[in-house]
Design a protein around this ligand. Structure first.
Ligand code: SF4
Ligand code: SF4
Length: 362
């Protein structure tokens, strides 16, 4: 396969419609509430792609594709045996089929690498996540129209970042210059609508350079945040002051492409039931409420300290410095009281810098 390909803008719909015959395809579509990732129906994909939207950020990230908001992990049933004993039958419900996720911005694709380090590495691999990850081709589109709340370049990313993606589509006037990044790309790019375009690589590089320059928060650098944020762990005065207006509504966690906490519950009806996994929310009081009634994170200040600490301190400490924030800005644009994570991390870095070393580590 050629290293660089081209597809005309008007041919994307036909390509997605054809691919929907062999893959479950997700793409960002305009709907009544804005832009969201929708599953294309094989029979109706051509019509659905009329609403394809690649110029605006989707309000919700596509993390549902790899980590569903609610999924059945297994089904179980009990049966009475003739000898009076009870038998238990357990059937795992594993993800099935190939998937194409088309159109995430590079920050949302990079967010999958945050999950990969937790659910697809080491001894504790999550079989459901790893099955979905292996079956999913992630085809990102270079972000040329960042939102005012975007800050990917401040957390080690870029609007043309390739981490977490299998294919990178770079928009140009007449279509997209397409760069396959992994072997997985081949399954969806072997299509007659793609033509060789090695001669247009320079054009793609120019678009990427302009995209990087357009990120509003380009000069900030939060990759040095882990130590300062850790140093402020016991400074509750700081955490109380920065979270005074927070409502603990949890919108920031549900809309975050890198938040991956979940809860597990069993539902049963008579002798049959199923085990469900659903997203959880660390901004909720109940998240750490113990059976005894004790809660180690009793106030929103404690919970927000954990949210910032996890993304900018604890996670990087055990994952070679990688932050678990990709700078998508959704927690800023969706917060009902305009909490701004950029300002809070910046304030934390400044406050730790101003404190004497003794004060900072008290
Ligand atoms: S969205 Fe805003 S108000 Fe709601 S929990 Fe997050 S920071 Fe607090
Ligand atoms: S913390 Fe906010 S800016 Fe960072 S990845 Fe999550 S939603 Fe995006």
């Amino acid at each position: 396969m050629a290293t660089t390909l081209f597809i005309q803008r008007g041919d994307i719909a036909a390509w997605l419609a054809d691919t929907a015959a062999t893959h479950t395809v997700y793409a960002p579509l305009r709907d009544k509430t804005g832009v969201r990732f929708h599953r294309l129906c094989a029979q109706d994909a051509a019509a659905q792609t009329q609403a394809l939207e690649l110029d605006r950020q989707a309000q919700t990230p596509p993390k549902n594709v790899l980590l569903p908001a609610c999924e059945t992990l297994l089904e179980f049933s009990y049966a009475k045996q003739e000898d009076g004993s009870t038998s238990l039958d357990v059937q795992p419900v594993m993800p099935q089929g190939a998937v194409l996720l088309f159109g995430p911005r590079p920050c949302d694709a990079r967010a999958f690498t945050v999950f990969d380090r937790v659910y697809d590495a080491g001894r504790g691999k999550d079989p459901y996540y790893t099955a979905r990850r292996a079956a999913t081709v992630v085809a990102s589109v270079v972000c040329t129209r960042p939102e005012q709340s975007c800050f990917c370049t401040a957390v080690g990313g870029a609007p043309d970042d390739t981490e977490g993606s299998d294919i990178l589509f770079t928009p140009v006037q007449d279509g997209f210059i397409v760069r396959p990044l992994t072997q997985a790309a081949e399954a969806v790019l072997r299509h007659p609508l793609f033509t060789e375009a090695a001669h247009r690589e320079e054009e793609a590089a120019d678009v990427c350079a302009a995209a990087r320059a357009a990120v509003p928060c380009a000069p900030a650098d939060f990759t040095a945040a882990p130590e300062p944020v850790a140093a402020l762990f016991d400074d509750m005065e700081f955490w109380q002051s920065v979270t005074a207006k927070c409502l603990s509504c949890g919108a920031c966690t549900y809309l975050c492409p890198t938040c991956y906490c979940f809860n597990i519950t069993d539902e049963s009806n008579g002798l049959e039931g199923r085990r469900l996994r659903t997203w959880d929310n660390c901004m909720s009081f109940q998240f750490t409420l113990e059976g005894s009634g004790h809660n180690p994170r009793p106030t929103k200040a404690h919970r927000y300290r954990n949210r910032i600490g996890h993304k900018f301190s604890y996670y990087p400490r055990i994952h070679d410095g990688a932050l678990s924030c990709v700078g998508c800005g959704r927690c800023i644009s969706s917060c009902p009281v305009t909490m701004d994570i950029r300002r809070i991390v910046h304030s934390a870095m400044q406050r730790a810098q101003c404190a004497t070393p003794e004060q900072a580590h008290e």
